[in-house]
Design a binder for this molecule. Structure first.
Ligand SMILES: Cc1cc2nc3c(=O)[nH]c(=O)nc-3n(C[C@H](O)[C@H](O)[C@H](O)COP(=O)(O)OP(=O)(O)OC[C@H]3O[C@@H](n4cnc5c(N)ncnc54)[C@H](O)[C@@H]3O)c2cc1C
Ligand code: FES
Ligand code: FES
Length: 493
């Protein structure tokens, strides 16, 4: 293969300014760059782990020829992921003579800011929403702000401010809307199709030119860190001070973000973010829709990828259990060679996946449930919004004409060292009438399938009980049983 042409600087647009950087470390975050190198200190650091939203900025990227702006967490976003993007910080909202932007003026007038530390992050999230939806519903505002935490205001004032923004100005006349065309043209001009490589040897950061380029790079350097949305890898750096170079940034590869459907199977490129993948998933498999709002906050959903959620092998990742229950498969690629395996077989043990050196996750294939079959997924957390799973159950049932269980796949997160099927429970249900008596007779099989852990999210007993109750809930949702059986905590004792 011919040696690829390489560029040795990152190029992006920051507010109105073109930036070309030849001195970038693989682990340099956008937040550090803004605050320390550019003195743009409107963007704040709160948690440095993607939870609080104080560091929210907008990132614009060309997607299928359209310029799309998304809110992201600058604290866990690496500079290496920004080649060819437009970064918009709160400073860019300043009007002539320092005039406040409509979003800012609404926040002032409706008392949406007290100590003010969280305010720039709220302003940027609301700005992103207002550009898409100038008159948002309260539900849309709340969903947008799931990833912005405020300790002072109690949120009501912020929601009122968000509803009032359009009375201060028209979104269509906003400066960012006005400059959209020229920014899109400037971003298109930055796309030279070259690989970006900065630094030397093991200290390098690389942005591959294409998926083929990525495949050949990783084959040669299997120990390199793959960075997709960095919602996990970002925390390795900010919380664990881990070195990540050489790092290969794949988030900008269009060839890894495809979403298609053929013969009743949805194929999602590993690099598709939650925000990119879920509209299709929710349309074709409606029971998956509500799960979207339960994953992180909007910034995390705009960054985190489906491939990263699978490849990280976490036992509490939210997409593997439903995909396993649906009979999902995974395509892995090394160089030009591909293999496709059942998704459940990818997860071998805690921290151990069936991924060979130099291989990467290329796509996941999710079958759409057949007509007449029933599918549900339920996530149990301490807090409704922006919380990590204590246990998550996914159920896929096909009944025979006589009301017996013809096929059933049940998979859980948070119940074992990996996402795992409840095979003993499935066996206890198969061929039996889909009734309360059958389900209750199958409940003891949970103790054969799972020995969950106690941790800060839940005790082992709580997890086991919640998992059992999710099956009872699924029965109630799919049969004439009027209400879930009431089960007390004593059952778990
Ligand atoms: C505030 C916050 C809230 C969160 N909430 C949730 C939640 O509710 N539910 C949930 O499931 N997760 C949650 N997460 C975890 C995280 O968002 C997801 O696991 C996400 O999908 C990871 O994807 P990523 O693209 O960001 O991965 P990255 O951080 O870029 O990578 C994760 C791992 O996967 C590897 N990797 C990435 N892509 C590939 C590939 N194509 N092939 C091989 N290896 C690859 C990386 O090398 C790394 O080991 C949360 C994270 C944060 C910070
Ligand atoms: S600083 Fe809290 S999300 Fe970035
Ligand atoms: S105004 Fe103080 S944290 Fe939000």
């Amino acid at each position: 293969m011919a040696k690829p042409k390489v560029r040795s600087e990152l190029r992006f647009i920051l507010n109105g300014t073109d930036v070309a950087l030849a001195d970038v470390a693989a682990d340099e975050t956008l937040l550090d760059y803004l605050r320390l190198r550019r003195s743009l200190r409107g963007t704040k650091e709160g948690c440095a782990e993607g939870d609080c939203g104080a560091c929210t900025v907008l990132v614009g990227k060309l997607s299928a020829g359209r310029l799309v702006y998304e809110s992201v967490n600058a604290c866990i976003r690496f500079l290496g992921s920004l080649d060819g993007c437009h970064v918009v910080t709160v400073e860019h909202l300043r009007g002539e003579g320092g005039k406040l932007h409509p979003v800012q003026q609404a926040m002032v007038d409706f008392h949406g800011s007290q100590c003010g530390f969280c305010t720039p992050g709220f302003v940027m999230s609301l700005y992103g929403l207002w550009m898409r939806t100038p008159d948002p519903s309260v539900a849309a505002i709340e969903k947008t702000l799931q990833g912005n935490l405020c300790r002072c205001t109690g949120y009501e004032a912020i929601v009122r401010a968000a509803q009032a923004i359009s009375s201060y100005g028209a979104a269509k006349k906003d400066p960012l809307a006005g400059e959209r065309r020229q920014i899109a043209a400037r971003l298109a001009a930055l796309r030279d199709g070259l690989r970006v490589e900065i630094g030397e040897g093991s200290g390098r950061l690389v942005v591959p030119a294409s998926v083929n380029d990525f495949a050949s790079l990783l084959k040669k350097e299997p120990a390199a860190t793959i960075v997709a949305g960095s919602t996990d890898v970002g925390l390795w750096v900010t919380k664990h001070m881990r070195a990540i170079s050489p790092a290969i940034f794949i988030g900008g590869l269009d060839g890894l973000r495809g979403i298609s459907e053929e013969n009743g199977v949805i194929t999602i490129g590993a690099g598709a973010t939650y925000s990119e993948a879920f509209p299709t998933l929710a349309k074709r498999i409606p029971a998956l829709g509500p799960l979207f709002d339960r994953i992180g906050g909007e910034q995390v959903r705009n960054m985190g990828t489906i491939g990263g959620n699978i490849a990280n092998g976490s036992p509490i990742g939210d997409t593997p259990p439903p995909f396993i229950a649906l009979g999902g498969r995974l395509t892995l690629r090394r160089g030009k060679k591909r293999r496709t395996i059942a998704l459940e077989d990818f997860f071998i043990a805690y921290g151990k996946q069936d991924r060979r050196p130099g291989e990467f996750v290329e796509a996941v294939h999710v079958p759409i449930p057949e007509k007449g079959s029933r599918f549900a997924v339920h996530k149990v957390t301490k807090r409704r919004d922006e919380d990590i799973t204590a246990t998550l159950g996914a159920f896929h049932l096909t009944l025979a004409k006589n009301g017996t269980v013809a096929a059933i796949r049940i998979a859980y997160g948070g119940m074992a060292a990996t996402p795992k099927r409840a095979r003993a429970v499935e066996a206890a249900l198969l061929g039996k009438p889909w009734t309360e008596a059958t389900v209750e007779a199958a409940i003891p099989a949970y103790d054969l399938d799972f020995t969950p852990l106690t941790d800060m999210r839940a005790t082992a007993a709580y997890r086991q009980l919640a998992a059992k109750n999710l099956l009872r809930r699924f029965l109630a949702e799919t049969s004439d049983t009027k209400a879930p059986v009431t089960v007390t905590r004593q059952e778990a004792a």
